[in-house]
Design a protein around this ligand. Structure first.
Ligand code: PBG
Length: 331
């Protein structure tokens, strides 16, 4: 065959493939989500094989070991004791609460790590929703927006006081980014960053996470605040608002089933983009690999690279430590 152009010349050897590779995954891109509770025991999470709900001591050891592997950021997810949950979610702003204590302990043990905290009411709310809940005259559940935002501001301030580097509102209430920015600035926390969960979809892929924290809504679903999986223009609308309100970084969540959303958001913003490979994405890969049907290392690395290629700068993933190890061993 006579051909001037042969695409395979650029794929001939590992050396050439390395030269022409367009996207790479680096350990610095990875953010490790960690679960923890008040108990002294470290408990395996049944719905997320390979993940633990740590005691505070276990959490510190886990963060240190992640740091030693090159991971530079963690995001904290507490399981709050049922006795501390209430319909006003007041525990979320308790300076002596589990999260502020964890932030201080992590910062003490591992000052170089970036501590990101989740800002939303679901771990604290007896209703299991991300916002405050009332029942209207017809008996229908309503998630209050503006009242919730006030509580989120108190929660964000509590995290900032404890030393959080970045607060990450995952609740999808309207106006919370601007309100939290103002609350932080007024209190002198001008350096505390905001990672906005900008396009957080009402996804069935969060199932295992809710099992891990026992945080599923007691009634109803999250569709009046999280986004409809059919929408992508709406993600841009949320992006424009979050940018305008002062977000430092924006997030798309879940990641794998929403790569087109990541790519669209990439086109529309100069802000750094985070993508969250959520619990259901993790579980799908884990179960397929446990059955021997897929090669875990190859599939995990490909799934993460795909998320980067779509346009994400950083990835929240339960595979962060595995991926860090695999990246290191390939160097
Ligand atoms: C709650 C929150 C959720 C996740 C992160 N923060 C669950 C939800 O919105 O119901 C999901 C993460 C995952 O599934 O891995 N504010």
């Amino acid at each position: 065959m006579e051909m001037m152009i042969r695409g395979r010349r650029n794929r001939r050897s590992a050396a050439i493939r390395g030269l022409v590779r367009e996207n790479r995954l680096a350990v610095e891109d990875l953010i490790l989500p960690v679960f923890f509770h008040e108990d002294a025991a470290d408990v395996a999470i049944t719905s997320m094989p390979g993940c633990m709900r740590w005691s505070l001591d276990g959490l510190i050891a886990e963060v240190k070991s992640a740091y030693e592997m090159g991971i530079r950021a963690v995001v904290l997810f507490p399981k709050i004791d049922d006795a501390l949950k209430s319909s006003d979610a007041a525990e979320c702003a308790n300076d002596a609460g589990l999260v502020p204590r964890a932030i201080r302990a992590i910062k003490d043990a591992c000052p170089g790590i970036c501590v990101i905290t989740d800002v939303a009411l679901d771990p604290y709310n007896s209703d299991g929703h991300d916002g405050l809940v009332v029942r209207d005259e017809n008996g229908e559940l309503k998630i209050l927006n503006d009242e919730t935002v006030e509580v989120l501001c108190r929660q964000a301030l509590c995290h900032a006081r404890a030393g959080a580097d970045i607060v990450a509102p995952s609740d999808m209430m309207d106006g919370r980014i601007g309100a939290i920015r103002e609350a932080l600035d007024d209190a002198g926390f001008t350096e505390t960053g905001i990672l906005a969960y900008t396009a957080k979809y009402a996804s069935a892929f969060y199932g295992p996470f809710r099992g891990a924290l026992d945080s599923a809504p007691k009634e109803g679903d999250k569709k009046t605040y999280q986004m409809d999986p059919g929408n992508v223009r709406e993600a841009i609308r949320e992006l424009l608002m979050d940018e305008e309100e002062g977000a430092d970084m924006v997030m798309v969540k879940p990641a794998g089933p929403y790569l087109d959303v990541i790519a669209r958001v990439r086109d529309e913003t100069t802000l750094p983009i985070a993508a969250y490979q959520v619990s259901g994405e993790y579980l799908m890969i884990k179960s397929a690999c446990a059955g021997g049907w897929l090669d875990e290392k190859a599939v995990v690395m490909e799934s993460l690279l795909g998320i980067k290629r779509a346009g994400a700068d950083m990835i929240l993933t339960y595979f962060a430590k595995d991926a860090a190890g695999w990246i290191k061993s390939a160097e």
